[in-house]
Ligand binder design. Sequence first.
Ligand code: SF4
Length: 761
Amino acid sequence: MKDYTRREFIRLATLMGGVSLFAGCTLLGSSESVPKYSEGAPGVDPLENTIGVRNVYTVCGACLGNCGICCRVAEGTLVKIGGNPYNPVAVSSPLPFDTSLQEAAIRSGAVCAIGGSGIQTLYNPFRVAKPLKRVGPRGSAKWAGISWDQAIQEILDGGDLFGEGKVLGLREIKQSGQNVGFLAGRADWGSLHFIRSFVDAFPGAVLLRNRDQMTEDIDKAAIQAVFGGGTGLVAPDYASVKFLLSFGDAPLDSGIPLVSIARQIADARVGESSMKWAVADPRLSTSGSKADVWLPVIPGKDLELACGIMRSLVDRYPSVKQIQDLKLKSMVESRTVAEFAGECGISHQLIDRVADLLVQAGPKSAAVPGRGILSGKDGITAAKAVYTLNTMVGSEPGTGGLIARTDGFLEEIATVKRAIKEISGSDKTKTMKALLSWQADPAYHDPYVTELLAERGNPALFVAIDTEITETTACADYILPDTTYLERYDICTLPASVSANGIGVRKPVVGGFDPEKGRYIPILPETRLMEEIVHQIGTSLELPGFEAPKNESGKTWSVQAYYRGMLAIILENMKSSGFRISGDSDEVEKVLERGGIFPSRSAVSRRASSSVPESHVYWPEVPPQQPLETDISDGFLLISYTLPFHRQPDSSLNSWLLEVLPENKLAVSSQDAARLKIRQNDTVTVSSPDGKIKTTCKAQVLPGMRPGVVALARGFGYRQSGAARQVIDGITQTADRTRGAGVNPAVLLSKGIRKVKITAA
Ligand code: SF4
């Protein structure tokens, strides 16, 4: 990729869809002050502003939340991560863009526990510090450190690289037009477009999506089917929503971004709208325990619950709107509320109660499916059913219950079906000659991926760009050492749940800069930015748009220049869409300094009353007559869930988070524990019905579990990422067994197992 002129960059960005980014934005000024019930920002720590401590405003990358963060750097070392006071994801009343950096330094914002522990992601002792090539069979944990030149040359030219016969290099794969997959794990808007430019230029290359991106695809498809094409992602409009129905979702536990969503829910509960809340989840999560109604639905029966609520609406409220989807309509008509109640395990009475709450809130209802539904079997039908509950009571995006965010720039890249096929060993995979991955760990979620890569050796060449030897990269042929999100540039969109406009800008918080080459130098000097690696491969292969620089000035292509160019175009688009940005000449610099630009909050700003209504007794209703008995003779239904301070994959291994909870436990209901004579913290064996898969863990006996259901938190039980020994250049690297504590629920669930046997060990 050459050094772009402004005109060329505009053309490229247009081709990538970038110019349309802000086409629909308008300047919506609002100066309403926002009450700080839940700002999460105590006073400023004077130590944080000691002379010599530098504040660097950037964007967190530990999950998909894209919270604005403020990194305190002392003598080149990152010492603390807090929230960016300019960024509406980190604070409810962000500082105006023109506020000086000096003034901002005495303001603080909030981050979640994972975001705050990002220091340990940066200084992780298990980071890969130089290019590695496997010297044993795939997955054998034996590596040789090699130079960048050798790594790139072998990846391009192939040959008998591992003493196992000839492997095609990328050059020959390109010439013969065969397939290459690029699995982009944590790509944000800017980096995704960079990767897209590589994939588009490489004949036969396909961009593969990771699990989160695929559930987002399913969500978008359901939203478009129910609310019409052109609708992007939708989220509850916390400024005005009167009834929130969270299906298979626990926003206070696993919301993305966590702090922002928790803050908005807390404000909505105590605000003028006095939001009512129902949570459908077999486990009484923190969210369920703070809701008005807990619906302990049988796992996998969310569709039946949604249909039961629809049937209750149809039977008792003739004025509700028609169900448009014919398949759903006939399903709803096929059974009575009592029959649906029997199938989903929620009483007829409670189903009617939820239907009443929907009707009372009307257009200000928000029924939303969570990842538990979207990633389930036939998630799209269940998601369509949940969204249809809104339309039946007149709630559409913009009526006060839901808001829509248009993100046309995140265009469909590969269909969900194709992506699943390509990563799971379909016919197409047989023809995929090489796989490039960037910060993706599908093998943690699906051990079958390990089998595919390591045991079947498919595809023939696997190159991983990553910071660690993870479950997935452990099966790679080459690991090219990457930088962390705290040493990167990117353009980051705001999450759908935040009613604000703008973009976050990620930039390195530590490391150096080579002014001659215009190149950023990460803290581990042999690590490289993904874009540098892909750019070198692209120029070596002479891919269109990736020509080696030939300009007379001697300037070389740099990642910084690329993102500055992209940012300049975005700012230009914002201005032409009516945003006033600033009067300064160097706007790009100003945006970089502030970690993004957020020109205005939505005109629909939050209004909350100053007193907490007495009706808010934070314990949900579970009607006493509800029959919560389940036959466990043929086993327990196993579900997995996410904790607020332990998410998968990599960030959950930060030592501060492991100290909070070193290992996950099997959540089991008090009734079942009594029947099985299991007490708190007893060791139990969890096995598949045929007994072929077995694992042990401690029991967590809870009253807030649906009997017949057991649950394991995700983000534990790693087999790699520092939990296993590696031999590099003949030297055995010590493993940290604490990083592998607990059980990875995917070991059972990815095999299609839904029922497990539990016995006291
Ligand atoms: S929710 Fe937490 S981990 Fe996710 S982006 Fe925000 S601060 Fe980072």
